[in-house]
Design a protein around this ligand. Structure first.
Ligand SMILES: O=C(O)CCC(=O)C(=O)O
Ligand SMILES: [Fe+2]
Length: 202
């Protein structure tokens, strides 16, 4: 296992979330593992396993390409070593957040996402009106050699600070409080791969 570079980042993540409600880490997991996750995302896309994402929960889910244009597939444990290493790291993060911030996070749900060129996700909150279980959002990016002219930034809208753009560079993790931080995905000129996930309370 080479998944240990995130451990020393946990105190900073906790401090960021407590003080500003979001955190950006540019080197969360090792590059080889991140590359494996990108390969897996692409393989799933090539086999047709990624399907257009919906908006809302359960029966209310509707596919609305005018709101979001990504294709997704939910992760399950035991599908691949790379996914399991990612899930193990996120579970350690979950426990660290619970110990330091008493959030009572009980599980983590996550999906691969692929935004084709030109796709976007309009400004939104991750906590749906009919589902208040999502507490902390986490997006891990899988894109090598991303440059600002490719677009595709995640734009965060903090209440008390200027908006902030995060490019979807491989190995970058962004975390934020799901109910509090509006955000959007800007269109890109190339395919944009990520793992989006949510720490949840019961
Ligand atoms: O991919 C991103 O940067 C954010 C995705 C997002 O906001 C979501 O899936 O809810
Ligand atoms: Fe979101």
């Amino acid at each position: 296992m080479h998944t240990h570079n995130y451990r020393h980042l946990l105190p900073q993540i906790i401090d960021d979330l407590a003080t500003q409600g979001w955190s950006q880490q540019d080197n969360f997991l090792p590059e080889p593992l991140t590359h494996e996750l990108a390969q897996e995302c692409r393989a799933r896309a090539d086999s047709g396993a990624l399907t257009p994402a919906g908006v809302g929960r359960s029966q209310a889910v509707a596919v609305r390409e005018g709101i979001r244009g990504d294709r997704i597939q939910w992760l399950e444990a035991g599908q691949s070593s790379a996914c399991d290493q990612y899930l193990a790291a996120m579970d350690e993060l979950r426990q660290a957040l619970n110990q330091a911030l008493y959030l009572g996070l009980e599980d983590y749900e996550s999906h691969f996402a692929l935004y084709p060129p030109g796709a976007f996700y309009k400004k939104h909150l991750d906590r749906f009106r009919d589902d208040d279980h999502r507490c902390v959002s986490a997006v891990y990016y899988l894109n090598s050699d991303w440059h600002s002219e490719h677009g595709g930034a995640l734009r965060l809208y903090p209440h008390d600070a200027a908006e902030r753009d995060v490019l979807p560079h491989a190995c970058s993790l962004v975390l934020f409080m799901s109910a509090e931080l509006p955000h959007e995905v800007l269109p890109a000129t190339r395919e944009r791969l990520s793992l989006a996930g949510w720490f949840r309370r019961r």
